[in-house]
Design a protein around this ligand. Sequence first.
Ligand code: AMP
Length: 140
Amino acid sequence: MSGSTECVFCKIATGEIPCLKLFEDEDCLAFLDIGPLAEGHALLIPKRHYQSLADLPGAQLGRMAAHLPRLAAAIVQATEAEGFNVLQNDGQVAGQVVPHVHIHVVPRRPGDSLGYRWNAGSYPAGRAEELCTEIRRALA
Ligand code: AMP
């Protein structure tokens, strides 16, 4: 497994640092977040070190993502939550503190203190079409 010697999640993946493990397979590991936003808050990581989701091979992400429905359902069941947020902070500007890709699963209850803020914006005339073209070009 390639990894960073300084990366806390690489150390968790190799067992050098302990974690409260939920499951693992050859490629990925799920464990409880040490600073939970809610009881049952879990992290799903690839064992191999990637800093950004954008660097992750699609097949690897697919294998990780395949665990999400079962992991989320188990967390909801165990915490008697009514829903959950799946979140991935990518880059310091987006709130990523640990530079090893991880997907948060945060169980939610009515009236919990986490809140939800989604400040929807809008495009000036023509900007959405322009961006759509630019992103399609980048995808090509
Ligand atoms: P992010 O801001 O998306 O990079 O989130 C990093 C998350 O990793 C935070 O929610 C931390 O509480 C969590 N975390 C950091 N170190 C550990 C650790 N040793 N074990 C479990 N979770 C950790």
